[in-house]
Design a binder for this molecule. Sequence first.
Ligand code: NAP
Length: 290
Amino acid sequence: MSARILDGVAIGEKVKSQVREAVAAMKPRVPKLVAVLVGDNPGARAYAKSQAKACEEVGIAYELRELAEGITEADLVREITTLNTDPEVTAILLTMPVPPHLDGRAAQRLIDPLKDADGVHPVNLGGVVQGRRQLAPCTALAVMEILESAEIPLKGAEVVMVGHSEIVGKPTALLLLEQLATVTVCHIGTVDLAAHTRRAEILIVAVGKAGLITADMVRPGAVVIDVGINRVPDPETGKSRIVGDVDFGPVSEIASAITPVPGGVGAVTTAMLLRNVAEAANLQETLRRI
Ligand code: NAP
């Protein structure tokens, strides 16, 4: 069997066109995303560039607010509080990680939940737990969007989620639970990972270890969603290349559907960030009208 490739770029483009329409309908209001970046991080700056491009494509205004590496906790708090109260700012994103002298998680908690572009504020994570979600973590939303667009039935499906981080594994597991999937969450303490993954009709992997999931760990016909992003040396070119956590070639021979890396979950995650910004604008407008 050769797996159907779940094309994240195409799914992301479809979501973007929906967001573009939603944003156009808000005129003359223009939603604005402010990304806060503390310190000089070339990877984060490249990410910011792609965010800016994606925002431009759908009509969302974008500002990168760069703060000095040595900024104090108090100044970071002041910056976020100012953005929270600025009516021109629809959504805020704190680029992680922040320098070690700052508490990134505490700073994220200061963001107004209605402006929380990443959907990681405890109020929004609580909404995911309660099944009343408004904004939610972008990557978890991306996984759900891919499964929905591929028309993969979730009710009663045997799902194994590998990785239990706050921004990917846990919220994804909860969103799947809401759809009545039977979800097993595996993590560093899982004793026999393969025994679990081999049972999965839907296998989702978000760990950050290239080659973690090999073909012998996958049930024939499974749907495999690879969230991992790893930079590995490419012996052919002598440069580095991006791969996921799943051994793509051999696994795609036995899976029924699989996301590639790159071109899978990452492309949809960016689109879900834009959707969160549009959603934040709508939530704030609804509140203004009350
Ligand atoms: P993270 O916070 O480091 O979480 C990794 C998770 O994997 C943790 O729950 C960890 O458990 C678990 N783990 C580690 N080794 C394991 C093993 N051998 N077996 C089973 N579980 C294991 O990372 P993250 O933010 O969730 O991201 C995970 C991966 O997805 C990374 O490669 C990241 O770059 C990528 N990512 C991609 C996107 C995208 O849009 N495509 C978005 C976000 C992240 P413990 O905590 O117990 O150690």
